[in-house]
Design a protein around this ligand. Structure first.
Ligand code: SAM
Length: 462
């Protein structure tokens, strides 16, 4: 078994916060490892994977402490397999084969001197470079050079090549997470061989600035890719976004080879007829659509269709045999920048026969608890067993009742939840659930519990 260190990017640190029961950064890694059949074992079980604080998922009294910026694991996987994993992850930055992990400098020199890796012939004669980095402490160039000189005992005879070496080695000093209490000496000194970088470098190719068709709440490309990763989307999968909007989530799923489709209640938006969402632009182009977005990235062959439909209505075929979905990734409306509505009326009336054709139904408010319950039940029915639903819900920090771990649906289990701060009183939570058995209906008590969880929020977001 080889030891590895996966280093996370310093962005979306809320996804590394220790009060959460299920961490997104681990979840992205674990989802991709499972998708690519990579066996691994954590060297130190990430201690904050399970919350010790309270029954509620997010307790506003609890201090949020981001976890370490890396995880250590062992695996038998080949470098090429791990490179494939890295080519998809967006929360991680780089992966290293871990040679030493030491608590102080003297121990580090001893560990590195005795590391069996240093004796391997493939490293001894190959070109190389060594990079030094401090986490939570900036190291001057001179300090870095001194640290490299201090490990000149490494038996590498190859050429030093700073641009494109055959092997790149990295020395990390970890000074904890608290910028207000930076210790003189690092807590951990880690040394490893660079295996691969993550997919972050490609994220800017999907920038919303250059996207053909955007809406008011188009999802940032990084988060869209993250959702597809946690949903374990892979080539030839069938993926649905039932609140599709401008289709940002379909772009990421199609990028990973899935066939994609969506529904949305907003006819004008889906036909590119709403007011432009881009600042300073007066009119939309005539061909703005979800399909144009896919064309922009040469992904049009992955497009199935986008249908104008109300997600609260059971318009999908339910009689067996039905085609099961591999994943559902979606960002339902919060009622802030996109209205939450469904077809309905407060009054009972019958539309006269002659007006039925071309009738545009009236709409009523679609409450958060109804959206949540419908989405879970729809997913429990239409996903294949093992398929995942990954979605966002808005979260009011004053609602300490929120906790969907306890039986969100009899056929779905919660895989991960991570919070993204939107303001001091509001955030949104990225939730992933997996279907683990064939469909059975939600019990009345389960529906009631869902309702109770959201009742405060529904009043807030109205
Ligand atoms: C947060 S936006 C989705 C944004 C989308 N992810 C994107 O990248 O553009 C929510 C979408 O849900 C749609 N929506 C609202 N109520 C709906 C309903 N009952 N059925 C289907 N779509 C609905 C809205 O029209 C809006 O486009």
């Amino acid at each position: 078994m080889t030891a590895y260190m996966l280093w996370f990017a310093n962005q979306y640190n809320g996804f590394r916060v220790s009060t959460h029961h299920f961490l997104c950064c681990l979840q992205e890694f674990e989802s991709l490892a499972s998708l690519l059949a990579i066996d691994y074992q954590y060297i130190e079980e990430p201690s904050d994977k399970v919350c010790v604080h309270c029954d509620a998922l997010l307790n506003s009294d609890t201090t949020l402490i981001p976890r370490q910026p890396f995880i250590l694991f062992t695996s038998d996987a080949a470098d090429t397999q791990l490179e494939r994993l890295m080519s998809r992850t967006v929360l991680a930055r780089s992966l290293y084969e871990l040679w030493t992990n030491s608590g102080d400098l003297q121990q580090f020199y001893d560990d590195l001197r005795h590391s069996p890796n240093t004796q391997l012939s493939q490293y001894r004669s190959a070109s190389f470079r060594i990079q030094v980095e401090g986490y939570n402490r900036k190291l001057s160039t001179q300090t870095k050079v001194e640290k490299i000189e201090n490990i000149a005992f490494l038996p590498f005879d190859g050429k030093i090549d700073l641009k494109s070496p055959e092997n790149s080695f990295h020395l990390f000093e970890y000074y904890g997470n608290n910028p207000n209490e930076i210790p003189d000496k690092p807590f951990q000194i880690l040394f490893g061989r660079h295996i691969g970088d993550s997919n972050r470098k490609n994220v800017s190719n999907f920038s919303l600035k250059d996207r053909k068709f955007i809406a008011n709440t188009s999802m940032e490309p990084m988060l869209a890719l993250l959702m597809a990763n946690i949903a374990k989307v892979s080539a030839a999968d069938l993926v649905l976004d039932p609140f599709v909007g401008s289709g940002s989530l379909l772009v990421s799923a199609a990028y990973y080879g899935a066939y994609v489709m969506g529904t949305d209640i907003d006819y004008l938006l889906i036909h590119g007829l709403t007011k432009p969402s881009r600042a300073g632009v007066k009119t939309r182009d005539t061909d703005e659509s979800v399909l144009s977005n896919l064309r922009q990235y040469n992904l049009q062959n992955q497009y199935i269709d986008v249908v104008i439909a109300d997600s609260s209505q059971p318009f999908w075929r339910t009689s067996a045999p039905t085609l099961k979905l591999d994943a559902i990734i979606t960002d339902p409306p919060y009622g802030k920048r996109e209205s939450r509505e469904r077809v309905g009326s407060q009054r009972q009336y019958k539309i006269p026969e002659e007006l039925v054709e071309g009738h545009i139904p009236s709409k009523v408010e679609y409450s958060l608890c109804d959206i949540f319950r419908d989405l879970l039940d729809f997913s429990a029915f239409h996903l294949k067993v093992g398929g995942r639903l990954v979605f966002w819900i808005p979260f009011d920090k004053s609602n300490t009742n929120f906790d969907i771990r306890s039986e969100c649906h009899p056929c779905l289990r919660v895989i991960s939840m991570s919070e993204q701060q939107l303001s001091s009183y509001m955030s949104r939570i990225l939730i992933s659930v997996e279907k683990f058995k064939e469909y059975t209906q939600m019990s009345d008590s389960c529906v009631q519990r869902t309702h109770n969880k959201f009742i405060n929020d529904s009043q807030k977001y109205n």
